[in-house]
Structure formats: C-alpha cells, structure tokens
Design a protein. Structure first.
Length: 230
C-alpha cells in the first residue's frame, strides 16, 4: 500500500502534515476499565474547563478551523471531528464506550485537540491518496447520512473516498473483528516535524499496549509526501 499526500494540499498550506500509523495483528475488544475510566474522567474535566473557556479558544480546535477555511469549507457548517467531540462534551452529551480502538482514538483526539481517524485496512482498496474532495465526492458516513465532501480534506482509495477529519465512512469502519488498521493523526500545521514524530510514537505505544500486534508509522509533509508501507 502506498499513501500519498496530494501536492494541492501543500499549495494551500505549505506546513500541512499528518501522521500515518499502521497496526497489524491487533486484537480489538471491549475497552479495558482503565481506558473507560480515563475517557469518562477526561470528558468531565473538559466539561468544567469549557465553562470558563470557549471551544474555539482551544489551540488545536482553533488551528483546524482556520485550516478548514483555507481549504474552502465553512467551519461552522462542517465542524472537524475534534471540535464536534468538544461540542458534545460541552452539552454533557458524553461519548459512551464502543470498543477499544474507537475509544482510544477518541481519547487521543480530545487530549491533543486534533481530528483523528482509524480505518480497517482490509476494507481499503489499493493505494491511499490524501486530497481535497470535489463536488462529486460523497460517502455514507458514521453519522448515518450521505455526506458531501466538497472542499473537505479526504482520504481516497481506488473505490473512492473513505475518510475525512469531518466524519468517517461506514465502508472502512473498525469493528471488533478488525485485525489490521490505519490510523491517521491530523497534526496541527504549526507543529514541527520532530514534535509530530514524538506524538506518533506516544500514540502508537499506547495503542500497542492495549491491542498488541505490530506498529509502523510515518509523518507525511512537504519533505516526505509518500509512504510505501509493505
């Protein structure tokens, strides 16, 4: 599988970067009590913090809203997934556990204030291109709707789009039967490469502790636009 960062993204935002983490031979199951507890506690702490601080004042949320505008999307209409999580928590509509992979992915997204995506690799067809969606770019999302991804950042394989920092698709959703995943860490453009690599290492280590298996990762940017993952 080859993962490629489309040049058009870098023309819009030269500092655009993201992390790709590939997990193989993992075991996805009901989340351990430790993770459930941390997820609940973090949401409760975040709720009280947001009583004193606007959602749009969190650095990561703010930076991704600005990036959305650069891509040509309305951040008030198409909220990136990290902001959507924060807005749920602000209403005390806390996220309930689903399974270990999704729960940990949500925890990372809230903790680092950035969108995160996780996909079943065996449901991805061919190579992956990360680019901006067009008027005809659509898919059935995990929000239960057919989503139009015009001017939104998307992940596409030979079949079509399957992921976005907006909402992910039903087609590549991770389940408890999943053993091979691709996790996408939508880093802040302001984060330098070394800091981004350290973050990928930290995320990969924690995911591995819960799921076992093997981990490999890379950071895509203007200096490294393609990853051949064998």
């Amino acid at each position: 599988m080859i993962v490629t960062l489309d040049e058009s993204l870098l023309e819009i935002e030269p500092n655009f970067k993201l992390g790709i983490i590939h997990y193989t031979k993992i075991v996805v199951s009901s989340s351990p009590q430790m993770l459930k507890g941390r997820l609940q506690l973090f949401q409760e702490q975040l709720y009280f913090e947001m009583e004193e601080k606007k959602i749009t004042e969190f650095d990561g949320i703010k930076e991704w809203r600005a990036l959305w505008k650069k891509f040509g999307a309305d951040p008030n209409r198409y909220r990136h997934s990290a902001e959507a999580l924060y807005r749920r928590i602000a209403k005390q509509n806390y996220i309930t556990p689903l399974h270990s992979a999704v729960d940990l992915n949500n925890f990372f997204s809230m903790q680092y204030e950035i969108p995160m995506g996780i996909y079943d690799s065996e449901k991805i067809q061919g190579n992956i291109t990360i680019s901006i969606g067009h008027e005809e770019t659509t898919y059935e999302g995990l929000n239960g709707r057919e989503n139009k991804l015009h001017n939104l950042l998307t992940l596409q394989d030979t079949t079509g789009a399957f992921g976005s920092p907006f909402v992910d698709s039903v087609r590549t959703a991770v389940t408890e039967d999943t053993t091979d995943t691709i996790q996408v860490v939508f880093l802040r453009p302001s984060m330098d490469i070394e800091e981004g690599q350290e973050l990928l290492q930290s995320i990969g280590d924690m995911f591995h502790q819960i799921h076992g298996g093997y981990v490999s990762s890379t950071l895509l940017s203007s200096h490294n636009k393609e990853w051949l993952n064998v």
